[in-house]
Design a protein around this ligand. Structure first.
Ligand code: PLP
Length: 332
């Protein structure tokens, strides 16, 4: 299989797998006072330091959650939040107001009265478009608004340096396991899950120690990607690129082709052993173009190719050779 769907989920990195294995068997409750508990506590704290180092953030401002979805909910469940119209559904679900984006997918800072926070993602999961976060942070500072940034798509692709009150991360987008995320904060949020002392009372529920250790290990080895292979694919495929003209993640290409439904191309590529998706995984299965493409006024549907650190030129060339043939067949 040629896997070009890393924005949906990335394969587990060997470093994460190795780090997790010792924690899959023994009892590991970091809240327990005995030696096994203390060892688990130390492992979680090491992972916390690794995630903090990735973001250049104080480790005291990092808690582990069950997912990026949960980290987003933890922040956005209290207060009245506005967000960009292209946020992940786990952010949109909580937002009282959606800010429009331009045709390139960049947020327009047209804020109504009566909101006390703004949630703007660092990088869009469908298009890879990077939001102008310095401008957004200055805007928030000038108005005394809190800023939340969902940065789930950044680690492993670009450096993670974000000036915000809250930052959301997801392990499985960076080569860690599913089932764990992290919330970075300057001031502690009100707990979403109550009823236990875990994570200093900020997130009740027993720690998934192996998953947390895996997230830490993935964070410790997360590098950055160059855009070369994505650019090579983009140049070879042609088509209408969503977010062209905006800064984008180096691994993401979201492209529509006249006269062909993205869904049909995704299925045709799947039959050839190439895994890609229609817009986001969350939007796929729906006959309508995703909310992201609609917010951008992008005509029609689009296929998302998202590369990973192990993607090769040979894989890209194979896809570049396949797609025109499949398009020809689908158009016929
Ligand atoms: N935020 C963004 C930008 C995402 O791309 C995703 C995953 O698709 C999520 C949040 C949700 O991540 P998780 O699966 O960890 O809940």
């Amino acid at each position: 299989m040629i896997y070009l769907d890393h924005n949906a989920t990335a394969p587990l990195l060997p470093a994460a797998r190795e780090a997790m294995l010792p924690w899959l068997g023994p009892p590991a409750n970091p809240m327990a006072a005995h030696a096994a508990g203390r060892a688990a506590f130390a492992a979680v704290d090491r992972a916390r330091a690794q995630v903090a180092a990735l973001a250049d953030w104080p480790a005291t401002g990092v808690i582990f959650t069950g997912s990026a979805t949960e980290a987003n909910a933890t922040v956005l469940a209290t207060g009245r939040w506005a967000c960009s119209a292209v946020e992940h559904p786990s952010v949109l679900a909580w937002c009282a107001h959606r800010l429009p984006v331009d045709a390139a997918g960049l947020v327009r800072l047209e804020l109504p009265e009566g909101v006390d926070g703004l949630s703007v993602m660092a990088a869009n999961n469908e298009t890879g478009v990077l939001q102008p976060l310095e401008e957004v942070a200055a805007f928030c500072r000038a108005r005394g608004l809190r800023l939340h940034v969902d940065a789930s798509q950044v680690p492993g692709r670009l450096p993670l340096r974000i000036d915000a009150d809250f930052v959301t991360l997801s392990a499985h987008k960076m080569g860690g396991p599913t089932g764990v995320g992290a919330l970075l904060f300057r001031e502690a949020p009100a707990p979403l899950l109550r009823g236990g002392p875990q994570e200093r009372g900020l997130r009740a529920g027993s720690h998934a120690v192996a998953a947390i250790v895996g997230m830490g290990a993935a964070a410790a080895v997360a590098g950055t990607m160059a855009p070369d292979l994505r650019d090579r694919l983009e140049a070879a495929l042609g088509g209408r690129v969503a977010g062209r003209g905006a800064p984008r993640l180096p691994n993401t290409l979201c492209v529509g082709f006249d006269g062909v439904e993205a869904e049909d191309l995704v299925i045709a590529l799947d039959l050839e052993g190439v895994a890609v998706s229609v817009g986001s995984a969350c939007a796929s299965g729906s006959p309508r173009p995703s909310h992201v493409l609609r917010a951008m006024g992008f005509p029609g549907s689009a296929v998302r190719f998202s590369l990973g650190p192990a993607s090769t030129a040979a894989e890209v060339d194979r896809v570049a050779e396949l797609v025109p043939r499949l398009l020809e067949r689908l158009c016929a």
